[in-house]
Ligand binder design. Structure first.
Ligand SMILES: [Zn+2]
Ligand SMILES: [Zn+2]
Length: 135
């Protein structure tokens, strides 16, 4: 098991490295995460705020801070991919799990903010699955 995890954005402008030392791994179903991701939930890893090395593209990172809630999103200025950020209270670095490009050994802890879950969001067990787009 590697003690480092590498990640980055889709266009390749941003690359980062974090230690494989995560304190939590949540799928957040809150309304804000639905809007920001355009999907049913956000999958985020939580680690220490100083656990990141920007390998390249730190200057390509933009951040949106929600005016009221402790809620933010960092993203690549050219491709819009979610990338890691430190939360407003500076207690955690939040790493979007989809931006991780090496194998993740951390297992999901929980679904959170399930009371705000999208009405159309169903568990995988109930719907058909395809490897690619259906024919
Ligand atoms: Zn990018
Ligand atoms: Zn959320």
């Amino acid at each position: 098991m590697s003690n480092k995890v590498n990640g980055g954005c889709l266009c390749g402008a941003i690359e980062y490295q974090v230690k494989n030392d995560f304190k939590a791994f949540y799928q957040c179903h809150c309304k804000q995460c639905q809007v920001l991701t355009g999907t049913a939930f956000a999958s985020n890893l939580f680690t220490h705020p100083d656990n990141i090395i920007w390998v390249k593209g730190a200057e390509s990172v933009s951040i949106y801070q929600h005016p009221e809630r402790d809620f933010a999103k960092s993203f690549c200025q050219s491709c819009g991919s979610a990338v890691p950020y430190v939360n407003k209270s500076k207690t955690s670095l939040i790493v979007p799990a989809g931006s991780v490009k090496t194998e993740l050994t951390k297992e999901l802890h929980a679904n959170i903010f399930i009371s705000e879950k999208a009405c159309w969001s169903k568990s995988d067990v109930y719907i058909k699955s395809y490897e690619y787009f259906p024919e």
